[in-house]
Design a protein around this ligand. Structure first.
Ligand code: ADP
Ligand code: ZN
Length: 723
């Protein structure tokens, strides 16, 4: 315990010296503490949450060896490169290294110099590796991408199962498992599979406030993809497709439209794939159209947009894939092109031997379909899927299609729905979606008339509409369960009992306008977090720094983000330190980085001719408005009079929750002498104590620290008195 505390004391200094960071994030702090106390742990932190520091820092603080087990060579290489850039002794043992490198690594491991050693599960269990580790003093194992060990997860890798033997082979060495995506079931399974002892569980907030989620009706996939890609010129974009063929056809279509894009899939030769990943990491290539094979090894921190051209197969997959956007915390966008056609397509691919597995995959798919068709805030849905409450703003998150008003009701919904349902129930021969879209728009093509389409009720009812638009309506009716897809060789559709009832009773149906048609807007700045850019930054200088970084990355053969993040460059272009010594005041620049790159950066700054050593931008702190927002002002007099929340709520006909929210805003701005009329004094001191441990940034950790005993409302109001 005492030793552990001594170690923690060196923490700030190490953090500052190596990485140039001022403090750990609350959850990182807890994880590092538990790691130094040699506890087993399962850690779930969203992408960009800062998992790597959680196992890198203990290795440095305790001056011992941490063995990191990681599934992919590319992933290991990036982390090792990043550690070497900041001057930490780290290496990976893998098949791509030559004898000499391997001998050097072994020597450093045995002499106790090595801090982090990365290995794949297969490699770890080779007797030569085990022998090495037995002779070395291993302080802890860190299992990265730990969800791969669970068959309940979305990326089960059988070779991970072998890791269950770790505890047998090294019974006294603690194991910490890390993942960005795991439902509570998968979290439990990870602990069981790794045979952990009294594992601690750390679960961060899943919400990624810097991401704007948009679900766009997939009418014309290529057009919608181009629209999204065009919002991010010269930035990293990943377009995910279902099949190899799709990646190629979409990439070709983009190229034909003058957009430089490259297809990537598992069918390409290894060398080509390696080259593409490297080009992307070093920012020579920006737009990759890929299958999910373009995945875990991709750590480029400034991916600004992830587009799903096809529905992902699970929510975990969606979270993981969209997670690759905005790892650096800057606002980024995730676009999912959706229509029910993809559900049909994916379901047909699921048919397989193992009944139980198929049923499981069907359930996962159904969850994504529900997500895509729901009218609930996307941030909220995602958080809830992963078992977390989402504490959003009253008027929405400001960062999803639903809250941004993308869900416009379709005029004449009921009538349209009845026409479609009436048509489909009229013909005895069953047909697919495309057939019905053609019938309803009045097509006289032979394939339609041959099947009696021109005799169907409702033939040509929507002759003024495009088949795409009508297809979207049919898809929505499938999603509403009023139509269904028949089992069988062809995906034919029919009316359900519920659809029949709606038709007979003349009940109303709500369809929505195709979001893509009404909302091509640029993503609005996310209200929940993320700074679009650093105030005072100079764009031209920033671009020159990016070009310098690209060049340097290429020379060192490392990914660009490893050298320095976009945010760091933005801050540099705003503050413009005039000397290498002053460079260190910028968060994200460690000692070694300043020594290696300081001169080059300072030169760029002087060359720009802009005034140097500007004041630090205040983006780190939340900007507190000095006057009350209009809505809050309505309540201010009641607050000043110390009236009870319930009373204010009934007087204004508002919900209590709303009034609590306004109270917090009012407290934050007016800083009254006392809040005891609303929050008992002992509760206030409990909350303050908790905040001193967890920090005030996120509510959830405070709430959890208090074991859920104190309401979010109380926490918010107390928090508002601070800072
Ligand atoms: P993950 O592996 O969880 O996706 P990373 O370890 O790559 O996340 O960290 C994400 C980003 O956050 C990186 O840019 C990293 O440098 C930065 N970061 C991590 N911890 C801190 C911290 N305590 N202070 C500032 N930046 C941090
Ligand atoms: Zn929302």
């Amino acid at each position: 315990m005492v030793a552990e505390q001594n170690l923690m004391e060196g923490l700030s200094e190490t953090l500052r010296k190596i990485w140039g960071f001022d403090s750990l994030r609350p959850l990182q702090h807890e994880v590092v503490e538990s790691s130094l106390a040699n506890r087993d742990a399962v850690v779930v932190m969203p992408t960009g949450g800062g998992k790597s520091l959680c196992f890198q820092l203990p290795a440095l603080l305790s001056e011992s060896l941490t063995v990191v087990i990681s599934p992919l060579i590319a992933l290991m290489k990036d982390q090792v490169d990043a550690l070497n850039v900041v001057g930490v002794e780290a290496a990976a043992l893998n098949s791509s290294m030559d004898e000499e490198e391997e001998a050097d690594t072994r020597r450093k491991v045995l002499s106790g110099q090595m801090r982090l050693l990365y290995v794949s599960p297969e490699r770890l269990l080779l007797s030569s590796t085990l022998d090495l580790l037995r002779q070395a003093k291993v302080a802890r194992f860190a299992v990265d991408e730990a969800h791969c060990i669970s068959a309940w997860g979305h990326d089960f890798r059988p070779e991970f199962r072998q890791l269950g033997r770790l505890k047998e082979l090294f019974p006294s060495i603690p194991v910490q498992a890390f993942t960005a995506t795991a439902t509570p079931q998968v979290q439990r399974d990870i602990a069981i599979q790794l045979r952990m002892e009294r594992p601690r569980r750390f679960v961060g907030t899943f919400d990624r406030p810097n991401l704007t989620y948009r679900i766009v009706a997939k009418d014309d996939a290529v057009r919608r993809t181009i629209e999204a890609v065009k919002r991010y010129p010269n930035e990293g974009v990943i377009v995910y497709c279902l099949s190899r063929k799709d990646t190629e056809s979409i990439a070709n279509a983009l190229v034909a439209n003058g957009i430089e894009a490259v297809a990537y899939h598992a069918g390409l030769p290894n060398e080509t794939r390696r080259k593409i990943s490297e080009d992307f990491a070093q920012e020579r290539a920006n737009i990759i159209v890929a299958t999910v094979a373009f995945g875990m090894g991709i750590d480029r921190a400034n991916v600004r947009c992830v587009i799903h051209e096809c529905l992902p197969k699970s929510m975990e997959g969606y979270q993981q894939e969209t997670g690759r956007a905005g790892r650096d915390g800057l606002p980024s966008e995730c676009v999912l092109l959706y229509n029910h056609g993809d559900v049909i397509r994916l379901k047909r691919l699921l048919a397989g031997a193992d009944q139980e597995l198929v049923a499981h995959q069907n359930r996962l798919l159904e969850e994504v379909r529900r997500f895509a068709t729901s009218h609930q805030c996307r941030h909220k849905s995602l958080s809830e899927y992963f078992g977390q409450e989402y504490v959003g703003e009253e008027d929405g998150c400001g960062a999803c299609d639903v809250c941004l008003g993308g869900m416009k009701p379709l005029d004449g919904s009921t009538e349209i729905a009845h026409t479609v349902l009436g048509a489909i129930s009229s013909l005895r021969i069953q047909n697919g979606v495309a057939f019905w879209a053609a019938v309803l728009t009045g097509s006289r093509a032979k394939r339609i008339t041959d099947r009696g389409g021109h005799d169907a009720v409702g033939f040509g009812a929507f002759s003024a509409e495009s088949p795409d638009r009508v297809t979207a309506w049919i898809h929505q009716l499938l999603d509403l369960g009023l139509l269904q897809v028949e089992d069988g060789q062809y995906a034919t559709i029919s009316i359900t009992d519920e659809g029949q009832q709606v038709l007979t009773a003349g009940s109303s149906v709500e369809l929505i306008e195709n979001a893509a048609l009404i909302q091509p807007a640029k993503p609005r700045k996310s209200k929940a977090g993320g700074t679009m850019e650093v105030p005072g930054m100079d764009h031209a200088l920033f671009e020159r720094m990016r070009a310098w970084r690209k060049q340097t990355a290429q020379e060192l053969a490392v990914p660009a983000y490893v050298i320095m993040h976009d945010v760091t460059l933005m801050k540099l272009s705003a503050i413009r330190p005039s000397s290498t010594a002053l460079l260190r005041q910028i968060s994200g620049i460690g000692e070694k980085q300043a020594a290696s790159y300081g001169d080059a950066l300072v030169e760029l700054i002087h060359e720009s001719g802009l005034p140097t050593d500007q004041d630090a931008p205040s983006t780190a702190k939340k900007v507190i408005p000095t006057s009350l927002p209009n809505k809050t002002a309505t309540y201010a007099n009641s607050f000043r009079a110390g009236i009870a929340i319930s009373e204010i709520a009934s007087k204004h006909g508002a919900s209590e929750r709303t009034v609590w929210d306004h109270l917090a805003t009012w407290v934050e701005i007016e800083k009254p002498d006392s809040i005891s009329n609303w929050v008992p004094v002992d509760v206030q001191s409990e909350v303050k104590k908790a905040i001193s441990k967890t920090g005030s940034e996120l509510l959830k950790p405070i709430f959890e620290h208090l074991d859920g005993a104190i309401s979010y409302e109380h926490i918010k109001v107390v928090r508002a008195t601070l800072g």
